[in-house]
Design a protein. Structure first.
Length: 187
């Protein structure tokens, strides 16, 4: 992989490959065009990935891409809000990815919203197995993204340190650049 320190998605994927076992269960909370779903499907050779999106267009696009890219049949695509994750994923999870904001190359009408994002992150945190990890990519360059970012940081910073570790990765000399929050459940 051509790894870039400035790509928060590269850093996020690094956490996943270091901490999620290949027979694990992971959730892509924001499937979009399916790039992260595909990455998780590839990583989870003997595991399973569940992916959520509220836009039917995203589910269709992901389904098409996964076929085109030759993904293994280890995924379930769910057209629902990620805050409803527990209705569809009943067991604990090893990993989860949130890539907040707008669907790339779309008309930019639908973005993630802080209320549902926060609810989903809170639920996902409680679903983590010991040692499991959540990565949240935040785009503070637009109004809702800035608020969402602020609240995600606050949530992560307020987690019980006896049960979780939380991390913040950001380009210090580019304050409006995307940043990453990661949460690991202690073993
Ligand atoms: N991971 C995607 C990819 O690899 O192409 C990009 C994700 S995009 C930045 C954010 C996605 O979150 C959009 O497709 C949007 O429809 C979706 N989204 C917004 N609100 C949501 C919600 N409440 N539940 C699930 N998905 C949501």
């Amino acid at each position: 992989m051509d790894y870039s320190m400035t790509s928060i998605l590269d850093v996020a994927k690094q956490f996943i490959t270091q901490l999620v076992p290949r027979d694990g269960v992971a959730v892509d909370f924001t499937m979009g065009n399916g790039h992260d779903t595909f990455f998780l499907s590839q990583w989870l050779e003997e595991g399973h990935v569940y992916a959520f999106d509220i836009q039917e267009e995203a589910v269709k696009s992901t389904r098409k891409h996964l076929k085109e890219w030759g993904a293994r049949e280890n995924y379930t695509l769910i057209h629902a809000c990620h805050s409803r994750v527990k209705e569809f994923v009943t067991g604990p999870i090893d990993g989860g990815m949130f890539n907040l904001g707008y669907l790339p190359h779309s008309d930019k009408v639908v973005t993630t919203r802080h209320k549902t994002s926060l609810a989903a992150i809170q639920t996902a945190t409680e679903m983590l197995k010991p040692g499991g990890v959540l990565v949240v990519a935040v785009y503070p360059g637009h109004g809702e993204g800035a608020l969402e970012g602020e609240l995600v940081q606050r949530l992560a910073a307020g987690l019980d340190s006896r049960r979780f570790d939380s991390f913040f990765y950001r380009l210090l000399n580019q304050p409006s650049a995307p940043f990453l929050v990661a949460i690991q459940r202690k073993k």
